[in-house]
Ligand binder design. Structure first.
Ligand SMILES: [Zn+2]
Length: 749
């Protein structure tokens, strides 16, 4: 029968009739109308945890801090990489019943996986040693774990920049950092590869792919399994052969009876037991399938038993599968599932067909072997998905697929039922997504590089939870107006042209290149000193923002030389003045933006003070150290400030009891301060001042408890091992696997 999207009253009797007809003729494509009600998007899952030597790898704390080495990503904007990392982490952090919480710690440089910190970096030269020879590995997650109990001790993510090109965005031919990292973070959490095609933990990745940016129900359940939080319902049972022997490492899939969505695929333990955690209440169909073909045991990191000498089967048979009802919070044991006899059929399907709901029809091509000369049928259980006429032979089944506009987004299976009785299951063969966002324009042409301005972004099909990146940086306030308009608070940026990207939570994006020009406007905040000798030559620090090279700086209308210390600080040397009194400071950048402050600097007659040296140069953090300062033109009433920021010359505290010994010497007693090296400045009552050329260091309190000697990490002598998990590239139909056994072997450090 053809699918009806409103088939809410379809009975199981009509379903069975349809099925039998289909199976008998072998040419009609069927979408079973099982829906009796519509349940909103729920959390369902399938996942495989990493198990080695009978131990399940785990973190003792679900709060996982990763540190980025942004400068290692040569050729990419470090801030755009950071945004990609944040979006990847947000996917895993958003699972309701999982305590998993990734955060980004302080940046590192020269990252190395052998350290104790968890780092994310790019390796263009194989310095890490993980990408030798012609390695097809796209990224690797080396895990150091205790072989005694499975506890993860160190875990890192390394991108193979030697072999592949990466982008922060969807670029043909490049791997997307966010897509790859979302997958790798699943490993970091303790998940192994999943046999579900559309899941982030699927073991292959293609250039230009975005699908793994978003995690599926499958991955979410994994996130709950590694770090549960609160209660949930689960379903369990035992997988057996007809002779009642258990099947270890068999895949058990659950699909929702109402809409046909894939809920979970899990692997059975060696005794045949399986459990699917965190299932929403509702009705399910169950099936089993051997883990062979494209996702087989060789794609798993774990070393558990995986039996494949059996055939796929539906619980109750595919023509009238049993309907299992799971109640809220229930721990349901469904008893024995029985596998079929081993079958010759095997598919080599390696990339899900992605279809927008309500979008154009596309054909699915499932290649394989032993397809019974093409005699059989292709079956899809969703009432929202319609299969068109079948084309089939012994190595290929193909049919057009149409998705109704109200089809719930998610993963959907395809089953090939052959006339010889064999069944082939393709978990997650179809991935139904919302329409992709499309951009048409924005309301502005320029924005301040400091950010904080509202712009409007125009287009179509904007999701209510759409995210916006400007110049690679995430906006932290996006307000959905309607499907065609977003109001966006601009993030900070770098001067120049910036792309605007709208990204949906499922990973789809659209981009307008170079559509917004970030401009830097110089802004004045503070000046030190505020007075100087009429003859010029006074060095002063001007603190503000938006400073750059190529600016014209004027003091009292005359050109002044300056040195750029940062985008926030310049050091100006004053020109000679025309007369005593206050004058303006004017800054004009190369784009013609001007900042002018009147009467902020005063030309005076007295010579500028100077501090040539002081002694001692260190003192206690608690203060009270007597310091003698030597220089010139030190006026009475001079003040001394310690603990000063050496660049901005702001901050710090005034010394108490300054004694003027002479115009060339001051005596002072240090105030308290924080440990570290700081500048020292003197300030005259008339606003003149000077910065000492050397620093004053505050030392930790005497006898203090520096804690640098505390050993970190596991107990001495604890056995540990290194385990690399690799993500490999897939190009079209050709799957490139690593040639060696590196995917499996632990590598002792
Ligand atoms: Zn992987």
């Amino acid at each position: 029968m053809k699918t009806s999207s409103s088939a809410s009253s379809a009975s199981s009797a009509s379903r069975q009739r349809s099925l039998k007809k289909t199976v008998r003729t072998g040419t009609v494509y069927l979408a079973l109308a099982l829906a009796s009600w519509f349940v909103g998007a729920g959390i369902v899952e399938a996942y495989v945890r990493i198990q080695l030597g009978g131990k399940t790898l785990y973190h003792d704390d679900p709060n996982i801090v990763m540190q980025l080495d942004p400068n290692s990503f040569s050729g990419l904007d470090g801030e755009a990489v950071r945004s990609a990392v944040q979006l990847s982490m947000a996917q895993w952090n958003s699972v309701p019943r999982s305590a998993l919480n990734f955060t980004l710690g302080v940046d590192v440089s020269g990252a190395d996986y052998t350290g104790n910190n968890h780092v994310i970096y790019y390796d263009p030269n194989n310095n890490s040693g993980w990408f030798g020879g012609g390695s097809m590995t796209v990224a690797v997650t080396p895990i150091q774990y205790s072989t005694g109990n499975g506890k993860i001790q160190d875990i890192d993510v390394i991108f193979n920049g030697r072999r592949w090109d990466f982008s922060t965005g969807i670029v043909p031919g490049d791997f997307d950092i966010q897509d790859v990292l979302t997958h790798e973070l699943g490993h970091v959490a303790g998940l192994d590869h999943s046999p579900v095609h559309g899941s982030s933990m699927w073991p292959y990745v293609a250039p230009g792919q975005w699908l793994h940016r978003s995690i599926t129900e499958d991955d979410r359940s994994g996130a709950v399994a590694v770090a549960r939080q609160g209660g949930f319902a689960q379903m369990r049972g035992t997988l057996r052969r007809a002779n009642s022997n258990p099947v270890g490492g068999g895949a058990v899939g659950a699909i929702r009876a109402d809409d046909g969505r894939l809920a979970a695929v899990v692997l059975t333990a060696s005794n045949g037991d399986w459990v699917i955690k965190d299932l929403p209440s509702g009705d399910y169909h169950l099936y089993t399938t051997p883990l062979e073909g494209v996702t087989s045991q060789s794609q798993l990191t774990g070393d558990g038993i995986v039996e494949t000498d059996f055939g796929a089967a539906f619980h109750g048979g595919i023509s009238s599968p049993h309907q299992i009802t799971l109640s809220q919070g229930e721990n349901l044991n469904v008893g024995n599932l029985v596998v079929a006899a081993d079958a010759a059929v095997r598919d080599n399907f390696n990339h899900p067909l992605i279809l927008a709901r309500g979008g154009p029809t596309k054909s699915i091509y499932i290649p394989g072997v032993n397809f019974n000369g093409g005699v059989g049928s292709m079956i899809e259980f969703s009432p929202y998905i319609t299969l068109g006429p079948l084309t089939s032979d012994n190595t290929l089944f193909s049919a057009p697929v149409t998705v109704a506009p109200n089809c719930p987004p998610g993963s959907y299976d395809i089953y090939i039922s052959l006339a010889n009785g064999e069944l082939e299951c393709v978990p997650g063969a179809i991935e139904v997504v919302e329409a992709a966002p499309e951009l048409s324009g924005i309301s502005a042409t320029e924005a301040n590089a400091l950010g904080g301005e509202w712009i409007e972004v125009y287009g179509s099909d904007f999701a209510e939870d759409a995210m916006v990146l400007v110049g690679g940086r995430l906006s932290n306030d996006v307000r959905w107006q309607n499907a065609n308009t977003l109001r966006v608070l601009t993030p900070k940026g770098d001067s120049g042209e910036a792309d605007v990207v709208v990204q949906h939570p499922d990973g789809q994006e659209d981009r307008l290149e170079d559509v917004l020009r970030y401009i830097t406007v110089p802004v004045y905040e503070e000046l030190f000193p505020r007075a100087g000798n009429l003859g010029g030559g006074t060095r002063m620090r001007l603190v503000g923002s938006g400073f750059s090279g190529g600016m014209i700086v004027q003091v009292g209308g005359k050109s002044a030389s300056y040195r750029l210390l940062s985008t926030r600080v310049i050091e100006i040397t004053t020109p000679p003045g025309d007369m005593l009194g206050t004058v303006s400071v004017r800054i004009e950048n190369s784009e013609g933006h001007v900042e002018e402050q009147s009467d902020v600097f005063e030309y005076v007659a007295s010579e500028d003070p100077d501090i040539a040296s002081f002694t001692p140069r260190t003192g206690k953090r608690s203060g009270g150290t007597e310091v003698n300062l030597f220089g010139d033109n030190l006026a009475s009433g001079a003040r001394v400030r310690f603990g000063v920021d050496p660049i901005t010359v702001q901050g710090g505290r005034y010394a108490g009891g300054v004694q003027r010994i002479s115009a060339a010497e001051l005596r002072s007693r240090t105030p308290g301060g924080s440990t570290g090296e700081f500048a020292v400045v003197v300030e005259m009552p008339n606003g003149q001042g000077a910065i000492a050329n050397s620093f004053f260091s505050y030392q930790p309190a005497a006898g203090g408890g520096g804690c640098g000697g505390v050993a970190q990490g596991g107990a001495p002598g604890e056995p540990v091992d290194w385990l690399p998990i690799v993500l490999v590239a897939v190009w079209g139909w050709r799957i490139s696997r690593r040639q060696s056994s590196e995917t499996k072997s632990g590598c002792a450090r």
